[in-house]
Ligand binder design. Structure first.
Ligand code: ARG
Length: 471
């Protein structure tokens, strides 16, 4: 009995019945792995070239295979070929197209190869491209953050711990914290790239191949740094998918923390920033509302990416070696995590670039809440009092101020001296917000000069990493 699925499977000969339509729909990865088509074709071209170099197929056969594969590539790209979801996956689909074009010669491309090493190859090739794309997006983001930081080297704002006003910092310094996070993310992606950049092809189904192949040559054709050294591991390993999604999860976590602060800072309670109209939405009922949806969605999508990570960790956790079909479930979470992070990274930079920073409100918030209590203690330390005692004195002054509804700036020298004789007229300078910020001169601190210096270091860092990534 024939069905529309006849001839769509690469393995039909052992079976007396064709696959049930529902089973095929359940089994097929083509609806989502079709995005791998160009990597599948690229991999097959490299494989066929190596087979010809090794004398396993003839040079003419290789030429025929390569030109047919290139034709298929452009036909997919121009929409002349549409994906037929009756096929099991992108690998079977491309191979069938090849055989349709060049007949028996096309059947030779799968020599010394299995879909198990083929799929591992395709995903690695895809990831190599995507890692670079994400790094480039992160680099542009860091460039914008650097601009913002430089613009706000002298914009004084409260720094928080426990979401309580703690000490004066600058907005430039605060943004600098995110620069460091995203720098680490870029480096983490570099590290991931090293482990993705290993060729699995040649592992066959799990036990290699009896034919005289040269895997180092295939690796060279495909720009891989090295070859996987164990054929079982080569087809079983999805660590690189887990590592990719966890690296992306960390990026999302950073974006989400930033989003959370954008949401808070844009609120009526803080009024530190105002988002541009193009990056805010309104309410269908409350006309006064301006909502930070982009930041909220980024925060929300972080949960989705963590879900992707949990999916692949759980899929892999009890799989015996080597390949199991469960592993087909690696693709949707990986693609989802990659698409999500790219989407967020494409929109966040312009949202930040266009926001208005309300310097007056930031400064106002610094004046209220005894952010200079630590400065008063540090002042006493410079006058010779041990820090613990100095902390005590400053604490008493704060409590006195609260009782008298005063600020530390309001106190007279007599009031200061009542708590400690170490106080002198220069206390008033020491507790000024700007002086407080600028007293934190050691590298990494918020002093204006410091942040300027660090931003210069980071400008150079960017230059170097850009060169490295484009290599
Ligand atoms: N579609 C499969 C996947 O994504 C490809 C490998 C299938 N191999 C097999 N022996 N069934 O994992």
């Amino acid at each position: 009995m024939s069905s529309s699925l006849d001839g769509k499977q690469l393995w039909g000969s052992r079976f007396s019945k064709t696959l049930d339509k529902n089973v095929n729909d359940f089994n097929s990865s083509l609806p989502f792995d079709n995005i791998l088509y160009k990597y599948d074709i690229k991999g097959s071209i490299a494989h066929a070239s190596m087979l010809a170099d090794q004398g396993i197929i003839s040079f003419e056969e290789k030429e025929k295979i390569v030109s047919a594969l290139n034709e298929i590539l452009s036909e997919i790209e121009t929409g002349k070929i549409e994906f037929n979801f009756e096929f099991e996956d992108i690998h079977s689909f491309v191979e069938k197209l090849l055989i349709e074009k060049i007949g028996d010669t096309g059947k030779k491309v799968h020599t010394s190869r299995s879909r198990n090493d083929q799929v591992a190859l395709d995903v690695r090739l895809y990831l190599k491209d995507e890692i670079k794309k994400i790094q480039k997006l992160l680099i542009s983001f860091v460039e914008i953050l650097l601009e913002i930081s430089n613009e706000h080297i002298t914009t004084i704002m409260p720094g928080y711990t426990h979401l309580q006003r703690a000490q004066a910092i600058t907005f430039g310094h605060h943004i600098g914290a995110y620069i460091e996070m995203f720098k680490r993310d870029i480096e983490r992606l570099n590290d991931l790239y090293k482990r993705v950049n290993i060729l699995p092809l040649g592992a066959g189904a799990l036990a290699g191949t009896p034919h005289y192949i040269d895997r180092y040559k295939t690796a060279k054709y495909l720009n891989f740094d090295n070859v996987a050294l164990n054929s079982i591991d080569a087809v079983s390993d999805r660590d690189f998918v887990i590592e990719a999604i966890s690296t992306i999860s960390i990026i999302m976590m950073h974006l989400s923390r930033m989003s959370e602060e954008i949401i808070l800072f844009a609120s009526f309670e803080y009024k530190f920033i105002e988002l541009d109209d193009a990056y805010s939405t309104g309410s269908s009922i409350m006309p006064q509302k301006k909502n930070p949806d982009i930041a909220e969605l980024t925060r929300g999508k972080t949960g989705r990416v963590y879900g992707d990570l949990m999916t692949i960790l759980t899929v892999m956790k009890s799989l015996p070696l080597a390949y199991n079909k469960d592993m087909q479930e690696d693709k949707e979470p990986l693609f989802d995590a990659i698409n999500t992070v790219k989407m967020c990274l494409s929109i966040m930079p312009s949202m930040l670039k266009t926001m208005k920073v309300n310097k007056e409100n930031m400064l106002k918030a610094v004046k209220d809440g005894f952010l200079n209590a630590t400065d008063a203690a540090d002042y006493l330390v410079t006058k010779g009092l041990p820090f613990r005692d100095a902390h005590n004195v400053s604490g008493k002054l704060v409590s006195y101020c609260i009782e008298k509804k005063k600020t530390l700036e309001d106190l007279t020298l007599e009031e200061y001296k009542k708590e400690s004789n170490f106080f002198d007229n220069d206390i008033y300078d020491a507790i000024k917000a700007e002086n407080s910020v600028n007293s934190k001169k050691s590298i990494g601190g918020p002093a204006f000069e410091n942040v300027k210096k660090v931003n210069e270091i980071n400008k150079n860092w960017l230059k170097n990493i850009k060169r490295e990534i484009n290599e």
